[in-house]
Design a protein around this ligand. Structure first.
Ligand code: HEM
Length: 404
């Protein structure tokens, strides 16, 4: 047993039992962050804060939500929105956060791609990040089912149908997932469980893994500089704060982060109070009706790019292309063969690859929203092909890149 002495303060009492001073050093005052990073490195903190907003608002919504096909719609649109004091506020916060979190995730991902932050020891950061992307997608989809409106029902129908595997006709699998022939009570119950328990638990664990995977390689920087964190932190601790290339995470870097977080929260609450309807589909304000298919079924904006990769092809090819789009980002650290961890602007052909991928995904998103006919269908088809071609080209163009 360790040696315990009479505590001299409350802090000392905890310190002897939980080593809080050591934890504080490892997580804060001696967690070293490069000086040369810009506001884009605040996106991770913004994501963590948005997730906290989702958790808190979700807990309040859970107090009045009814996971029953006859009651769910009214419990959201009547009880929470009209009867419960400030119910509307929690719903707006939850709805806006669910949409905005994807905007920030995409900015965070593309920052990582631009600066090559998935390379040389940072592969696990990328992989845990991608696992977070997938779990957030599952969380958003399962949450979309809960108000039991027309879009909940029909998006649930379309997405679960994908599991029939086209001409494989795995209809048994689809029924097994739904717990019925069509989305009904069993379906709502299991998606409710996934949304409020299993997926949030997985997200919490993955955030832990994501943070842990950052600890050894440290965060990257905007100049692609290889920083010797040990030497630079020694310099800092010896008093040469100006000469050192690193600063402490807490409270130095945190205060910089919080400035960006503050600007973000102004934008966030502007949306919550004045523009919340952008995050809510009008069709979902009609109760679910299995006998009335909406004229045009589409997912929320953040899924449109991958939906548009599914749509322009025949069923089987579409499913393969869709599956490809879901998993290919995981492979990025292994498909990028270049030894350089530097910004894309200094990386030969990769510079064009980066911008082509970004623009292509924006085009796919725009085309996913409009009905698949005429010129839109042609643009969607070529954009989907471009997406696949860019991924196939990646190892070849990066292999030829000169080491900088
Ligand atoms: C959704 C929850 C997520 C949270 C809470 C989160 C949080 C963070 C935090 C706090 C950092 C360090 C500071 C920063 O660079 O912003 C970070 C870094 C990073 N994250 Fe995430 N992240 C999330 C999702 C993702 C996703 C979806 C990806 C992409 C696949 C990703 C990839 C990365 C990468 C590559 C870094 C390293 C950046 C660097 O070294 O410069 N993260 N994340």
């Amino acid at each position: 047993m360790a040696h315990f002495t009479k505590a001299t303060s409350v802090k000392d009492w905890f310190n002897q039992r939980l080593a809080i001073e050591k934890v504080e050093k490892v997580m804060g005052s001696e967690y070293w962050i490069p000086k040369n990073i810009n506001f884009l490195w605040a996106m991770g903190m913004i994501l963590a804060i948005t997730f906290a907003l989702l958790l808190v608002s979700g807990i309040f919504l859970l107090m009045y939500y009814q996971p029953n096909v006859n009651l769910a719609f009214d419990s959201v649109n009547y009880t929470i929105m009209k009867e419960v004091d400030f119910g509307w506020l929690w719903r707006h916060i939850h709805g806006v956060a669910a949409s905005v979190v994807f905007l920030i995730i995409y900015i965070h991902m593309f920052t990582g791609i631009y600066y090559g932050s998935y390379k040389k020891g940072r592969e696990m950061i990328w992989i845990s990040g991608m696992l977070l992307f997938v779990t957030f997608s599952a969380e958003a989809f399962s949450g979309y089912m809960l108000p039991w409106g027309q879009m909940s029902y029909w998006a649930g129908m379309v997405i679960t149908n994908l599991f029939s595997g086209g001409s494989l006709h795995a209809d048994g699998l689809v029924e097994w997932i739904r717990g019925d022939y069509v989305p009904a009570q069993a379906f709502l119950n299991r998606f409710f469980m996934l949304h409020v328990l299993l997926i949030p638990l997985a997200i919490l664990g993955l955030i832990g893994l994501h943070f842990a995977s950052l600890r050894i390689p440290h965060v990257n920087n905007q100049d692609g500089e290889e920083i010797d964190f040990e030497a630079e932190s020694k310099k800092y601790l010896a008093g040469d704060k100006a000469g050192s290339k690193v600063i402490r995470f807490a409270n130095d870097f945190m205060s910089k982060d919080m400035m960006v977080v503050g600007v973000y929260l102004v934008f966030f609450f502007y949306l919550v109070f004045f523009n919340y309807d952008f995050a809510m589909d009008p069709v979902n304000f009609d109760p679910a009706d299995g006998l009335k298919t909406p004229a045009h079924i589409y997912p929320e904006w953040y899924f449109l790019w991958s939906y548009e990769i599914l749509r322009p092809f025949s069923v089987n090819i579409g499913l393969i292309a869709f599956a490809f789009a879901q998993v290919i980002f995981f492979a990025l650290p292994f498909l990028d063969k270049s030894p350089n961890t530097i910004p894309a602007s200094r990386r030969g052909l990769f510079k064009y690859w980066f911008w082509a991928m970004l623009i292509d995904m924006i085009v796919l998103t725009a085309m996913g929203k409009v009905p698949p006919s005429g010129v839109f269908s042609t643009i969607g088809f070529w954009a989907a092909l471009t997406f696949i071609a860019l991924w196939i080209a990646l190892p070849f163009i990066t292999k030829r890149e000169k080491a900088v």
